[in-house]
Design a protein around this ligand. Structure first.
Ligand SMILES: Nc1ncnc2c1ncn2[C@@H]1O[C@H](COP(=O)(O)OP(=O)(O)OP(=O)(O)O)[C@@H](O)[C@H]1O
Ligand SMILES: [Mg+2]
Length: 506
């Protein structure tokens, strides 16, 4: 047998208040696809960041292709032909695809000038060789998330990486893009590349990985051959108990009309209507889902209801009141809550602590502020501690942890905890379980149903059809900024919804 591509032996990494990796051993063979699985905060990103030279371990050794090495920074990793695609992409938005790929390694001509032509040629050759379709001259801000990810992959291939690390690459992708990415993994493997990928989706592990290593609370639990385990066993290994994949709920009892959208038109970033004459109603006590392929207006729709984007025309009513021209804060106050799809951009202030992030929408009110406008820190802290317990939010220093020092899934739990705690009349949840582990998803789904049963109106946007079918009482299919049709959950299945998403009327 050839030497392993990677051997991480007895790796320990300590952050304030938490042992993120506790003597973890992780071995990856050459030309294998190896999945890394574990609960939110289990230490997956930390372990991979160590391999990529972003953190130095406090203990343990790393061997690359059989040779013991120290990886002090990402340049060392690159020299060892290790590349990483991060959970949150690191591209320059107003640069082109090619400019991003060659950044730091710009080819020069004989006069020493930047030679983008030859770079474009090489990018084109690489993209054809691996089936990574991109337009070399587009700007990052104008392309889809799926294409941005292909740019990230090309960027590491351009640097000749043959060990490729992906941190939750499928969290932001649509089901079709996921299939494409897994096909790319297989092609890379056939070329002799080694792939490590982190995911919370057990289906993907079964579909693409050869082996899987499971971490729990900083420790390595097991490494298994994927063909020898099923999804339930994987879930149990990672959370340490059986996980219920079915969402238990009683039939909805819809009440008064809470949200009414009439002929809404909202412009997208291109300046053309992304929401184009959309009408929709959500009643108290029901969950209405929006199913649609990414880019059909779902982001602009939720942004317009919450007040983040203006409505060009049409109206949004909350309990009969037209709120379409109101400020974000007054909409919040009247009962609009939202878990936004981009937690970093619209959900959190990354430099603030957890307790501060948990009162962003009402810190000026009682009981968090005194009548004289002073913050009441003990109350704020207690509030945070309650929610941390309730939502099982894990971090090193409890309520005092800054959001940027939390794992991705735990950041998501903070946003969800804040919005559910406010118990708004209308709760908009966009991709609520993105980045959450199966145990956390089970809990969040239950809480969303509880909100429904308390008489709240819930609008769910998700790319996960399973989630839509499992949670919703009615499902609206969105295509080109319009509702193509609305189906009661009993009549919906994957095939019918899929056809409607493609624009076929039910
Ligand atoms: N820069 C940091 N400073 C302090 N603590 C950190 C830092 N990065 C991670 N941690 C802590 O280390 C632990 C492991 O975090 P890590 O990001 O590796 O988890 P993860 O397995 O990737 O989780 P997720 O699935 O939610 O992304 C967590 O408790 C986290 O709070
Ligand atoms: Mg992570």
């Amino acid at each position: 047998m050839s030497v392993p591509a990677i051997e991480m032996l007895d790796i320990t990494k300590i952050f304030p208040g938490v042992v993120a990796n506790n003597r973890v051993t992780f071995t990856v063979e050459q030309a294998e696809i190896h999945a890394l699985l574990g609960e939110n905060g289990a230490g997956k990103s930390t372990l991979m960041s160590i391999l990529f030279g972003l953190y130095e371990p406090d203990g343990g050794i790393i061997k690359v292709r059989g040779r013991e090495t120290r990886i002090r920074n990402p340049n060392d990793a690159t020299a060892l032909k290790i590349g990483m695609v991060h959970q949150h992409f690191k591209l320059v938005r107003n640069f082109t695809v090619t400019e991003n790929i060659v950044l730091g390694l710009e080819p020069r001509n004989s006069l020493g000038n930047l030679d983008l032509r030859s770079a474009e040629k090489r990018v084109k050759a690489l993209s054809e060789a691996y089936g990574l379709a991109v337009d070399p001259r587009s700007r990052i801000e104008d392309i889809t998330v799926g294409m941005q990810q292909r740019v990230e992959i090309l960027k590491i291939l351009y640097r000749d990486a043959d060990i490729l690390i992906f941190d939750e690459p499928t969290a932001v992708l649509t089901p079709q893009e996921i299939d494409e990415l897994l096909a790319i993994f297989r092609r890379l493997k056939a070329e002799g590349k080694t792939i490590v990928f982190i995911t919370h989706k057990l289906k993907e592990i079964k579909a693409a990985a050869d082996r899987c290593t499971v971490l729990r609370r900083g420790k390595g639990v097991a490494t298994v051959k994927v063909t020898q385990v099923d999804e339930r066993e994987l879930a149990e290994m990672m959370v340490g108990r059986a996980v219920n994949f079915r969402i238990e709920k009683a039939p909805a009892k819809p009440g008064d009309l809470v949200l009414k959208i009439e002929d809404l038109v909202v412009l997208g970033s291109q300046g053309t209507p992304a929401v184009n004459g959309l009408s929709l109603e959500v009643r108290a006590g029901e969950v209405v889902g929006i199913a649609g392929v990414d880019g059909n207006g779902q982001s602009e729709l939720t942004a317009a209801i919450a007040g983040l984007l203006p409505a060009l025309s049409g109206r949004v009513f909350l309990k009969g009141r037209d709120i379409s021209r109101e400020s974000i804060r007054s909409r919040n106050r009247e009962g609009v809550g939202m878990v936004p799809e981009d937690r970093h951009k619209h959900g959190l202030i990354l430099d603030f602590r957890i307790d501060e992030n948990l009162i962003l929408k009402n810190y000026w009110e009682s009981p968090y502020s005194s009548p004289f406008g002073f913050l009441r820190f003990p109350v704020i802290l207690r509030h945070a501690e309650d929610l941390i317990r309730e939502f099982d939010i894990r971090s090193g220093s409890g309520a005092a942890t800054p959001a940027h020092a939390m794992s991705g899934g735990n950041q998501q739990k903070v946003v969800i905890a804040r919005e559910i705690d406010l118990s708004p009349e209308l709760l908009i949840v966009a991709q609520p379980t993105r980045g959450l582990d199966v145990g956390a998803i089970e809990y969040i789904h239950r809480r969303i149903i509880e909100e429904r049963d308390k008489g709240r109106a819930v609008l769910l946007v998700s790319f996960e059809l399973d989630e839509i079918l499992g949670l919703c009482d009615r499902i609206a299919a969105l295509s080109k900024g319009q509702v193509v049709g609305v189906l009661p959950a009993e009549e919906a299945d994957e095939r019918r919804i899929g056809a409607m998403m493609g624009g076929v009327h039910a």
